[in-house]
Design a protein around this ligand. Structure first.
Ligand SMILES: Cc1cc2nc3c(=O)[nH]c(=O)nc-3n(C[C@H](O)[C@H](O)[C@H](O)COP(=O)(O)OP(=O)(O)OC[C@H]3O[C@@H](n4cnc5c(N)ncnc54)[C@H](O)[C@@H]3O)c2cc1C
Length: 786
């Protein structure tokens, strides 16, 4: 008997049998979620020994000339057309010319290949468009976002049959069809797979023909673009009681394209999500009949809806909301830095108060970090990866951190940001934050179940192999596979334990690092933490097994550590990719120190709450013998970060590159007023310094004493006027507030529907491929609002 056979039969086999009983199997939806997408840098972090050179060698995301032109052309033009105040509070919709512009310039077709008449943009270009739009109008950004993320376009591209692609994609690209995607229903939110919406396979009449089809009944809610959609991607559970398409009664979650004009559909009513007016609403279907070839991917794809959804989400989750969040963080840092510089209290700019600097510093560093992570993730997507765990991290972390930045911005602005009106440039974003937190997987569940729960299975070098082996119907083959994976796992754990212990006890001084100048020590610390993470993961899996899934507080802390490792890697990569800018170093340092402090705290919390105390003590001894010793960024670093956004400088500009900047002429724009006041305040600073040195506060006296010239006095006056305009807030006549609601009440939905679904004239429509005759053409979309 060979050594390996002895090991397999006498040592591995009992473990194999025990594990088969102890570990709960994966549910079908869990398995499909785990099989969707792939792994990337997340898997490297799970090894405990990430290869930094691999990260730095990864090509950064780049825009093509055409993409760059789109940003400086149509996107800039669109931003100028938008007036967020009027959109939200007066029109309750985008104006008709904006809807037309979105369609004609193909904002709804960024992901559709050029062969179908779309723009065929990279993930990075798509992200840049959403980012820039988000800095101008959340409503416009959400409207442009939806057709380019999870929905008919994406699903057709990945899973559609050729006739479906040939029919729908050119129509979507030309803006003739407005898509939405209906997954959520009243009873099924986070647990979307528990939906009651159903379809029954049957025969019926469609377009005068007797066809095999599906009779649908549903109630969906919260559906973005739903009220004006001409086609809804619908998720439902398919049943086949008469076995017309197979031998199963219950086929499972299925996705179909449902033209919204069909009889039995009620659509058009609107929700008001946090007083944001992008089109969003409920819809219902009662005995709606569709031919079976409306199933996305055709009859072969029935029952595979969950897998399709997870696969589409694996990429999309990393683009839309992270782009909006990165824009939100950069925009708020930029404007709050300027505002803090022009707003004076106690005779000094509030930017000089330490407690304000604390917030400004955090905002500046968050802006740097989120954009670093957004760019790195887009680069991975453009390289062909679909890293589901990374994109879940991005979605949850970006939206959470944007929330902190927006709260900071609100607090620094005080009443100025609270009073609504055309001059308020923060209220809209503030109200929008919970939307980002909730959609595409609410953050609490994403953090507790997905990031680490799925990450541990997919990214761990051996765990998935072991689980697959345990579930193998062929016991001998399963045992062989388990034997190989299990012992490799044991070796990996031992090496990691030694690695983690060595790096912890030497403070990470000798841990591997890329040669990255001043940033090199950060790599060493991350290497130290990655080893500790890998060891802690193995001990948690060993002692908790399947129960880890229910220990959400423990799992969420592991998620935080994994997220910190990912985001910090991105910050390091950005600093390197941008040529190691010295001026940006405080931002990098802030991000890294904050990350190390969070990681140390989470490890401490995991150890304190670990159910098995002996294992907790072992973990403490190996990875954190002296407890959590990182305290976060120093006050000095925080102050330097704050200075970056309160002074005009290249580092400040780098944070907002390619965001929308209002033009000086846009007097009505509150942001433009702050920008102007900021520039003028900075320009007169030397004059004010001279007056301070001469101990004169009053301009007239300074003139009299010849401390300043008449021209300088005029500049001071102009700057003071600009500041007065910038700090102003809106007020309304009482009748304006009481009458506006009543005046608009009757026409909100009719106005919205007529503007958005207005058919473009043939001259307005760009040319594109002609749809084939074979696919059933829907009737005129006149009943969308009925
Ligand atoms: C503005 C807006 C636009 C939307 N657009 C669309 C759309 O176009 N199409 C579509 O299909 N849907 C859409 N949605 C729905 C969105 O995806 C859901 O709101 C989301 O999935 C959460 O569902 P829920 O709101 O019912 O919250 P619930 O599922 O009721 O969750 C409530 C809370 O419980 C937490 N939670 C749930 N389960 C767990 C768990 N196991 N462990 C820990 N915490 C848990 C959640 O994180 C959340 O914090 C939209 C929603 C909004 C608000």
């Amino acid at each position: 008997m060979s050594h390996s056979s002895f090991r397999r039969d006498w040592i591995t086999k009992p473990i194999f049998q025990m594990a088969q009983h102890a570990l709960p199997g994966l549910s079908e939806t869990e398995r499909e979620a785990i099989e969707a997408g792939d792994v990337w840098w997340d898997a490297e972090l799970f090894t405990g020994n990430p290869d930094w050179n691999k990260l730095l060698a990864f090509a950064p995301a780049r825009l093509s000339a055409q993409e760059q032109q789109f940003l400086s052309g149509p996107v800039e033009e669109l931003c100028r057309m938008l007036d967020d105040w009027k959109i939200n509070w007066q029109w309750h919709d985008l104006p008709p010319e904006v809807w037309d512009f979105l369609k004609i310039r193909k904002f709804f077709a960024m992901i559709i290949p050029q062969a179908y008449g779309g723009l065929g943009f990279s993930a990075y270009a798509h992200s840049e468009v959403i980012r820039k739009l988000s800095s101008r109008s959340i409503c416009a950004a959400c409207t442009a976002m939806v057709p380019n993320s999870l929905g008919p376009g994406e699903l057709l591209l990945q899973f559609g049959t050729k006739p479906q692609q040939d029919y729908w994609l050119p129509r979507l690209a030309r803006g003739e069809e407005i898509p939405c995607f209906g997954l959520t229903s009243p009873e099924a939110g986070s647990d979307a797979a528990s939906m009651l919406d159903s379809g029954v396979v049957c025969r019926g009449t469609f377009d005068g023909r007797d066809v095999l089809g599906i009779r649908l009944n549903w109630h969906k809610r919260y559906i973005t673009l739903g009220p004006i959609a001409t086609v809804q991607g619908l998720a439902f559970k398919l049943h086949d009681p008469d076995h017309l398409i197979g031998d199963r009664d219950d086929i499972g979650i299925t996705l179909a394209l449902v033209p919204t004009h069909l009889p039995g559909i009620s659509i058009g009513r609107r929700h008001l999500p946090a007083m944001h007016v992008f089109q969003n609403g409920p819809n219902w279907g009662h005995d709606v009949f569709i031919p079976v070839d409306h199933v996305i991917g055709g009859v072969d794809q029935v029952g595979k809806g969950w897998k399709m959804l997870m696969s589409a989400l694996a990429a999309g989750r990393g683009i839309s909301l992270p782009s909006l969040s990165a824009a939100g963080a950069a925009y708020t840092a930029h404007v709050t830095g300027a505002y803090a510089r022009i707003r004076e209290q106690f005779h000094v700019p509030i930017s000089q108060f330490e407690a304000i600097k604390e917030r400004l510093g955090r905002m500046a560093a968050t802006a740097y970090l989120l954009d670093a992570a957004r760019r790195m993730t887009c680069a991975a997507l453009d390289a062909g990866h679909h890293p589901a765990v990374v994109t879940a991290i991005m979605k949850a972390q970006a939206t959470e951190r944007m929330r902190v930045s927006v709260d900071d911005a609100m607090d620094v602005h005080g009443g100025k940001a609270i009073i609504e009106g055309p001059l308020n440039y923060l209220g809209s974003l503030y109200r929008g934050v919970p939307i980002g937190i909730t959609v595409e997987g609410a953050n609490i569940v994403t953090r507790a179940l997905i990031q680490f729960g799925q990450g541990a299975i997919r990214c761990h070098p051996y765990l998935l192999k072991e689980m697959m082996a345990l579930e193998d119907a062929d016991q001998t083959r399963g045992l062989d596979a388990f034997d190989r994976a299990f012992w490799a796992h044991v070796g990996h754990s031992i090496v990691n334990a030694l690695r983690a212990w060595g790096r912890a006890w030497t403070g990470g001084l000798f841990a591997p690092a890329a040669q990255a100048g001043a940033a090199t020590p950060f790599y060493r610390q991350l290497s130290r933490h990655a080893a500790a993470f890998a060891l802690a993961v193995d001990l948690a899996l060993l002692t908790l097994g399947g129960a880890l899934k229910r220990k959400e507080m423990v799992s969420a802390r592991f998620s935080d550590i994994l997220s910190e490792l990912y985001l910090s890697s991105a910050a390091l990569k950005r600093w390197n990719d941008e040529g190691r800018q010295n001026d940006d170093f405080p931002l990098l340092e802030w991000c890294m120190e904050a990350s190390f402090a969070t990681i140390a705290t989470r490890f401490d919390e995991i150890i304190a709450n670990f159910p098995s105390r002996p294992v907790a003590w072992l973990l403490r001894l190996l990875i954190q013998p002296l407890g959590p010793r990182r305290r976060g960024p120093s006050d000095q670093v925080t102050a330097r970060c704050a200075e970056i956004i309160t002074n005009p400088c290249p580092a400040r500009d780098r944070l907002t590159v390619d965001l929308y900047h209002p033009r000086e002429t846009e007097n009505e724009n509150g942001l433009a007023l702050v920008e102007r006041a900021f520039a003028m305040t900075v320009a007169v600073q030397p004059i004010r310094d001279r007056m301070r040195t001469a101990r004169v506060r009053d301009t007239a006296q300074a003139l009299k004493q010849r401390t300043i010239t008449a021209a300088e006095a005029a500049s001071l006056k102009a700057a003071a006027d600009a500041v007065a305009a910038a700090i102003a807030v809106d007020d309304f006549a009482p009748e304006e507030l009481t009458s506006r609601g009543a005046a608009n009440k009757g026409d909100v939905s009719s106005q919205a529907t007529s503007q958005a679904t207005r058919q473009l004239t043939s001259e307005q429509l760009p040319s594109g491929p002609v749809p084939p005759q074979s696919y059933p053409a829907p009737a005129a979309p006149a009943a969308a609002a009925e």
